[in-house]
Write a protein that binds this ligand. Structure first.
Ligand SMILES: [Zn+2]
Length: 438
C-alpha cells in the first residue's frame, strides 16, 4: 500500500519550496546564474511531478507497482535463468515477447536485430517514449545461470544487469494496466539486444535507425540496480591495430623495420596524449600480442585500444590524434631503417559508442531528479555508457536509470541483487514514464 500521509507531507514541502523560489525569481532575474536556473527548474519539476502523483489513476498504478513487486521478483529470477549470451539473446527475447502479449501490449513483435517490441498506445501517437531494458549479458554460452537466494538477496549471472531492468519494465506495464492509466502520448516498450561489450549497442541502433526510425521522441533505459540517473553517455572508439612486415632473423636481417618497434613508437605517442579532464576523456592500450621469437624480427603484432569521452568533440579530436599517431609511428620506424621492410598498419574499428548528453537543466532531467527525490533518494547525475548513448548522440532526450534495490558484482559470476525496497525502483520508473509520455 502507498503511505499516502508521507506523500502528502512531501507534496506540501515541495509546494512551499516552490512558492519561496517563485517569490525570489523577480528579484534575481537580473543576475541569472546556471545554479539559480537549475534550482528554479527543479522546483517547477518537483511541483509538476507531485501534481501528477495526485492523479487517481497514477496513484492506483503506483500502489499496484508495490503490491505486484513480489511477483515480478519471481519473474526476474525466471528470466535470468534463460541464458542470453552475447549475440544469442533469442530465447530470452521470445519469452519477453510472450509476456508483452500477455500484458496486453499492441503490435508485439521481434525485429531483425532481435529486439522484442510492444506498444502501449496513449491518447495520441506522440510524444512517443521508448522505454527499454536490455536482454543480453556479458556471459558466454554454457555459463551456469541458476539463481540462488539467501533471504532477500538473489545471486546469479546478470541478476541485476539487466534482469532487474527487464523485471522493472514488466512491473511498470502491469501497474499502468492495473491503474487504468491513460497517457497523453504513447509508450513503446522494448527489450533490446547487444548492449554489452562487442554487442556495440546493435539492438538500440537498429531501433533508432530502422525498426522505429523517426518515431521516437524520448527515451529511458532501465539498466542495473539502485536509483541512479545517467544523463551523459560516454562515447568510445575501440580499435585493433595490426602492424605487419616481412620479418626475419634478428641478427642476419638486422636493418629491417620491425612491426613491434613501430607499435612501441605508437604506444609511446598515445601515452603522451594530453586530454581534457572535463569532459573526462581517456585512452588505454588494453591488450598487445604478436612476434615469433626473441631472435626474430616480428612479421606481425597487434594492440587493442579504447578511447573514451563524454564530450563528442573531445572524442573526435582524440580519435583523430590516435589515427595520426599510429601512421606517424609507422612512418618513423620505416624512415629509421631507410625504408627496409617496410612496416604497414591496418587499424580495424571494433566498436563505436556515440557520445552525447541530456542537459542537466532539460525538462527530462529535471523531471527525473524530482521523481527520484520524492522517495528521498539523492538523485545525483552521473556519466555512463549504455543504450542511451544512441538517442543522446542524435539529440533525442534520453536517460538511463537504475531499476531499484541494490546490487554488487555486475559482470561477474558473483553478481547479487538485494530486493530490499526494490519496489521503489519500479514506482520511480513508472512515475517517470507517465511524466514523460505527455
Ligand atoms: Zn546493463
Amino acid at each position: 500500500m502507498i503511505r499516502l500521509s508521507s506523500w502528502v507531507f512531501k507534496y506540501f514541502l515541495i509546494q512551499s519550496a516552490g512558492r519561496v523560489l517563485s517569490s525570489t525569481r523577480m528579484v534575481t532575474r537580473s543576475i541569472p546564474t546556471l545554479a539559480l536556473a537549475l534550482t528554479l527548474a527543479a522546483a517547477g519539476g518537483a511541483q509538476d511531478v507531485a501534481r501528477l502523483m495526485e492523479d487517481p489513476a497514477v496513484k492506483a498504478a503506483l500502489a499496484a507497482a508495490k503490491r505486484n513487486e513480489p511477483h515480478f521478483i519471481e519473474e526476474q529470477v525466471r528470466i535470468c535463468e534463460i541464458p542470453a549470451p552475447p549475440f544469442h539473446e533469442e530465447a530470452r527475447g521470445k519469452e519477453i515477447e510472450k509476456l508483452f502479449r500477455q500484458l496486453g501490449l499492441r503490435d508485439v513483435r521481434i525485429d531483425q536485430a532481435g529486439n522484442a517490441i510492444g506498444v502501449r498506445p496513449g491518447a495520441s501517437a506522440h510524444p512517443n517514449l521508448l522505454f527499454e531494458a536490455h536482454l543480453d549479458t556479458v556471459f558466454p554460452e554454457g555459463t551456469n545461470v541458476k539463481v540462488t537466494r539467501v533471504g532477500g538477496v538473489l545471486k546469479g549471472a546478470g541478476i541485476g544487469d539487466d534482469c532487474r531492468g527487464l523485471a522493472a519494465m514488466l512491473g511498470v506495464i502491469q501497474a499502468l494496466d492495473d491503474g487504468k492509466v491513460t497517457t497523453p502520448g504513447t509508450i513503446t516498450f522494448a527489450a533490446d539486444t547487444g548492449e554489452e561489450g562487442l554487442g556495440d549497442l546493435r539492438g538500440t541502433k537498429n531501433l533508432f535507425n530502422d525498426s522505429l526510425k523517426g518515431q521516437i521522441d524520448k527515451f529511458i533505459s532501465v539498466d542495473g540496480t539502485g536509483l541512479g540517473i545517467e544523463n551523459a553517455g560516454v562515447g568510445s572508439y575501440r580499435y585493433r591495430a595490426t602492424f605487419k612486415g616481412p620479418g626475419g632473423h634478428s641478427f642476419g636481417a638486422f636493418g629491417m623495420a620491425n612491426p613491434i618497434q613501430a607499435m612501441g613508437r605508437a604506444i609511446a605517442k598515445i601515452d603522451g596524449f594530453q586530454v581534457p579532464r572535463n569532459p573526462k576523456t581517456t585512452f588505454n592500450v588494453g591488450r598487445v600480442g604478436g612476434g615469433t621469437s626473441v631472435n626474430a624480427i616480428a612479421a606481425e603484432c597487434w594492440m587493442e585500444v579504447d578511447l573514451r569521452s563524454a564530450g563528442k568533440d573531445a572524442l573526435e579530436r582524440l580519435n583523430a590524434r590516435y589515427q595520426a599517431a599510429v601512421l606517424e609511428a609507422v612512418d618513423e620506424e620505416n624512415r629509421r631503417w631507410g625504408g627496409r621492410g617496410p612496416v604497414t598498419v591496418s587499424n580495424e574499428l571494433v566498436g563505436v559508442r556515440p557520445a552525447g548528453n541530456t542537459p542537466a537543466d532539460s525538462a527530462m532531467v529535471v523531471t527525473a531528479l524530482a521523481a527520484t527525490r520524492l522517495w528521498g533518494a539523492g538523485g545525483t547525475l552521473r556519466e555512463g555508457s549504455s543504450d542511451s548513448n544512441v538517442p543522446m548522440s542524435m539529440g533525442i532526450p534520453a536517460l538511463t536509470i537504475g531499476g531499484g534495490g541494490s546490487g554488487s558484482g555486475a559482470h561477474s559470476l558473483n553478481e547479487t541483487f538485494d530486493t530490499k525496497d526494490s519496489w521503489l525502483g519500479t514506482q520511480r520508473a513508472l512515475l517517470l514514464a507517465v511524466a514523460l509520455a505527455r
